[in-house]
Design a protein around this ligand. Structure first.
Ligand code: SF4
Length: 105
């Protein structure tokens, strides 16, 4: 599907309060260590990928390399989550195919 924006979280700044996933559960979710990560959901992208830094199928890098495409239908919620994030660590950027290709490199 077409997407215009992508998002990643700087986990070094995440406070772990979970506001992001309360506002936009389609894009943000908690990790076992109490920090939050982004994901691409199968509902929108055909397969679910969680950008939590774990190895293996269904996982991707965390931090700046772990950019998730934002479904167009979730852009408003994702932007609101970024605005409300107390860590100011939700980074929303224009879609960049090079950054998407670099996730699995
Ligand atoms: S809102 Fe920001 S600080 Fe809070 S859990 Fe989400 S990414 Fe972390």
């Amino acid at each position: 599907m077409a997407t215009t924006l992508m998002v990643w979280i700087d986990q070094d700044l995440c406070t772990g309060d979970g506001i992001c996933s309360e506002i936009c559960p389609a894009v943000f979710e908690p990790r076992d260590d109490g920090l939050w990560v982004v994901r691409e959901d199968a509902e929108h992208f055909g397969e679910t990928i969680v950008f939590d830094g774990e190895e293996g199928s269904g996982h991707g890098p965390d931090g700046g390399r772990g950019v998730a495409r934002i479904p167009d239908s979730e852009i408003d919620n994702a932007v609101e989550a970024a605005e409300e994030c107390p860590g100011e660590c939700i980074m929303i950027e224009p879609y960049d195919q090079g950054a998407i290709d670099n996730r699995g490199a």
